[in-house]
Design a protein. Sequence first.
Length: 667
Amino acid sequence: MNRFNSVLVANRGEIACRVMRTAQSLGYHTVAVYSEADAQAPHVHMADAAVCIGAAPVGESYLVAEKIIEAARSSGAQAIHPGYGFLSENAQFAKACTDAGLVFIGPDANAIEVMGNKAEAKRRMIAAGVPCVPGYEGKDQSDATLLSAAAKLGMPVMVKAAAGGGGRGMRLVENESELANAISQARAEAESAFGSGELILERAVIRPRHVEVQVFGDEAGNIVHLGERDCSVQRRHQKVVEEAPCPVVTPALRERMGAAAVEAARSINYVGAGTVEFLLADSGEFYFLEMNTRLQVEHPVTELITQRDLVALQLQVAQGQPLGFEQQDVVLSGHAIEVRLYTEDPAQEFLPMSGPVALWKPAAGPGVRIDCGIASGQDISPYYDPMVAKIIASGPDRETARRRLVEALQHTVLFGTKTNKEFLGDCLENKVFICGGATTAFIGEQFDEAALKGYQPAFADCAVAAVVEIAQEFNRALAGSVIVGEPLKNWSSTASLVSRKQYRFGEDLSDLWITPLSANSYRVTCGDDVADIEMISCSDDTVHVAVNGTQQVAYYLSDNNGLHLSVEGHYAVYQDLIKLAGKADAQGGGGRVVAPMHGLLLEVLVEAGDVVSAGQQLAVLEAMKMHYEILAEIDGTVREVLALAGTQVAADDVLLEITPNEEADAA
């Protein structure tokens, strides 16, 4: 009997679009839910119907189970797909769906509850004989007990939130003196993110690989695994690059890990898509980390090497149908690598960023797949996770997949808000990653502060920017002229028409002189540097140029902020200082403490008159599901506190002002 033909997707962004794409291809009627901030989001336009569920904050919309269920009732949806994040691993929500007569596309509430708590999950896995990292998963959560347990384990130790995941409520502690603060911070973050401050401790496995196994179960008790994924490249305990299969997993090790993952799922009568995560040591030993009772962000790499649509399998199993295949039918073919495109600033410890999407132009090519949930003209909201797209490439072997992904990154354009795109390219081009040697320590070991600063535009890129700007200026002048024809472009009856542009990036000033050579060719000089630039063709956002005879493709957009330009994948915003002459630099000094991004100000730890030192914690900001410590940049005295704890603040809002020591002494 057909259980459902209409699916409400209780999510947003790229995963909502991805689920709808498969559901619609199978003939299902799809329903979107959206917050007021997402009214014009792509997933809303993609769905057959859409229901507004509240204001932008997740606590007023995407995390309110009652609103999701009411949206299903009002729209006639018979099933709910939770995607990942939000309510996807909320046992109460799964039960509420069932109680309301709706099909929850995922495991039952009991399985979610068991595996959603790291402490209980670990106790179950130990009982089932699944290898686990030594640690403390007891119910006594007093600071004294946790400190004592950590001392027995020895440093380094991992402090983890028992509920939830994604790196929230997680701290690596290497010195015993840092333990008490780490416990306090992890507990506060866990309570905020998951509503539970329960913690577990684990002996830290140094430089492991993070390897996870995709499992699937049906209502008849059939459980299989679909191979493993290597998710070792992480920052802040959140995955950045994932690939399948793992470069170092042998067939024998795959069989052992797969069997352990299947046993973990079988021990809780698992139905649907799930992922069992392991830490893999150099010795080949592996340890249970956690089980995610939902579809994973990185599921596309498994799809590409197994040729199986995991969302289609979820829908099939939710209909009560069998998987239709057995373990021996699972064949891994080729290799796939995925990178997560975040709006964040790697140079500022991967600080999440919100802002406009001035231009979104995803790449295309053989073996390239892009899952996204953004469009040109929309804004990246500060209320949600900053991952905006996944760029995936596959091929017959790992190196082909890697090369294709590097090329796809170069030709993917997101203008308007800072992203980690160039950092992702640097990861893929790193020699350790190329040889398959990346562990969870990869980013920390391979990227120091200088390596994370990002690309500084070279002279040739500035030269291209200058020529593109001059071409745009000519086109605007031509459009407003009634007597000048295009053949007169760059013509003068006297001397050559020399133009000048100035761009500054950091301490580097490029003072460029541009001389036309022909209608579409220019010579650009900057001191001793010389480049001949030919404009071969130009469309609304793409320009083909030849730089000293070598052809390149660049992408551009002009707005009030300047010229957005990506050359060979290197993105920058070029502001002509000559045009900006006379405008004062409005940036404040180190005495003005500003919010680094939009968020909720949880705590203000100082008052007017307090003496503070550089590096001292001043406040705690919650943004994009994470807690950020705001530190003093200088020594001085707090002159005024301008923001209240418990209020929302915007990026660059002044929180407090500090009088530097030398000024205080002079007064």
